[in-house]
Design a protein around this ligand. Structure first.
Ligand code: F6P
Length: 413
């Protein structure tokens, strides 16, 4: 009897507003290409090791469900931050994974994730080659941080950037309404770990009806507390309300994260990443004490990666496209690769799916180029803005029920 053509797909790392659009792209394309079953790993490869998976046809029943999935934030299947050990460290883990894949008659394994998750694709595809397994392993890019190498940008970034720019505009308006005979400073903290793409996106708030943030500090530039204080004081001579955007990952010259000054980086994940949190509130207290005015620290926190009500249409569509492209690539014989987004044209903006060897992508971090930050190191340049602007265009209206967005929920019965 012929072997079944089944696919298994998993989601890994920090979620985004559009990670499920990629899942929808995988599912729809797999069905159109005649794959028999599409399984979903529950909580990525960590859940798979515990035999946690689901047949997606029990979850997605119609085109309407596909549309709902595209509008559902967070990882529908559940995510994980799990680092596969090196093959020689725990070969039995790899044997277990391949035993499960063989049993489920999996032909293609697709992982939707960022640079840490691509490490999983790299290791599993290497193992398959060494041991002569026939399964194909493909990566689908995902991260709000936009720090994956070789892709113009990552799905998830555009929607987070849109939310961040819109919310920055709203925070600025809120402050302007209250800044009467009173000095006020608001510090907004943005995610992105060691890459400043998202923090730079606050510059998009500068529009005909808004001046945008006054200062923007990216983690690519060493943060100097004295210069920061001096610059803020200088600005207060010109205006009474100031909004400053800082990345959660800004670091001092001695290599410490600013958030460590407040003891805010104790937790370390499987990939050795410290949890970065508390930069804005630390800097707000610092300026409050030094200057003696009202200050506030605002963290956009998980809202910036889960705000699917603010998703960018470009982002949702591209996330769907790369999911489908991974299925196509595997079907045509590719393995050990990640789908990338190529920017084909700027005006009008157009993109297409490409593909690269995952060994060139896994565990790398793509930073904002120095020339896209101004000389003083406290704002982004027009080039940065032209790069991001096309990615936040269009919207994807949620399906509203009782005044709130409706989501597709995993049924475990
Ligand atoms: O990797 C995406 C990301 O959102 C980073 O920007 C952030 O530092 C990290 O995840 C936070 O992860 P967690 O929610 O696991 O603390």
């Amino acid at each position: 009897m012929d072997k079944k053509r089944n696919i298994i797909v998993g989601q890994s790392g920090g979620p985004t507003a559009v990670i499920n659009s990629s899942l929808a792209g995988v599912y729809k394309n797999a069905k159109e290409r005649g794959f028999h079953k599409v399984y979903g790993m529950l909580h990525g490869v960590q859940g798979l090791l515990d035999e946690q998976y689901v047949d997606l046809s029990t979850q997605i029943h119609s085109d309407m469900d596909i549309e709902l999935l595209k509008r559902t934030p967070s990882a529908f299947l559940g995510s994980c931050r799990y680092k596969l050990p090196e093959i020689h460290e725990q070969p039995e883990l790899y044997e277990k994974i391949f035993e499960i894949l063989d049993r489920l008659e999996i032909e293609t394994f697709i992982y939707i994730g960022g640079n840490d998750s691509m490490d999983t694709i790299k290791k599993l595809s290497d193992y398959a080659i060494v041991k002569g397994h026939s399964q194909k392993f493909l990566g689908v890019p995902k991260t709000i941080d936009n720090d994956l190498a070789l892709t113009d940008h990552t799905p998830g970034f555009g929607s987070a950037a849109k939310y961040i720019a819109a919310s920055t505009k709203e925070v600025i308006r809120d402050m302007l309404g209250l800044a009467y005979k009173k000095e006020m400073i608001t510090i907004i903290e943005i995610m992105g770990r060691n890459a400043g793409w998202l923090t730079g996106a606050t510059a998009l708030a500068k529009t005909e009806d808004c001046d945008g943030p006054d200062l923007i500090y990216l983690p690519e530039i060493t943060f100097d507390m004295d210069k920061f204080l001096a610059k803020t004081k200088e600005l207060l001579q010109q205006k009474s309300s100031i909004v400053i955007a800082v990345s959660e990952g800004i670091k001092l010259a001695d290599g410490r994260y600013v958030c460590e000054l407040s003891g805010g980086a104790d937790y370390v994940d499987a990939f050795g990443h410290k949890q970065l949190q508390g930069t804005a509130s630390y800097l707000a207290s610092y300026l409050g004490a030094e200057i003696g005015c009202k200050t506030r620290g605002v963290e956009f926190s998980t809202m910036q990666r889960s705000a699917s009500h603010m998703a960018s249409r470009v982002d949702v569509d591209e996330a769907f496209m790369v999911g489908g492209a991974a299925v196509k690539a595997a079907d045509e014989g590719d393995s050990g690769k990640m789908i990338v987004i190529d920017r084909v044209a700027d005006d009008p903006y157009m993109s297409a799916a490409g593909i690269y060897d995952v060994h060139r992508i896994a565990n790398n971090e793509k930073m904002v180029p120095r020339e896209w930050v101004n000389e003083e190191g406290n704002y982004v340049t027009d080039k940065f803005i032209s790069y991001v602007e096309p990615l936040i265009q269009g919207d994807y209206q949620p399906f509203m029920v009782k005044g709130l967005p409706q989501h597709l929920v995993l049924r475990k019965d």
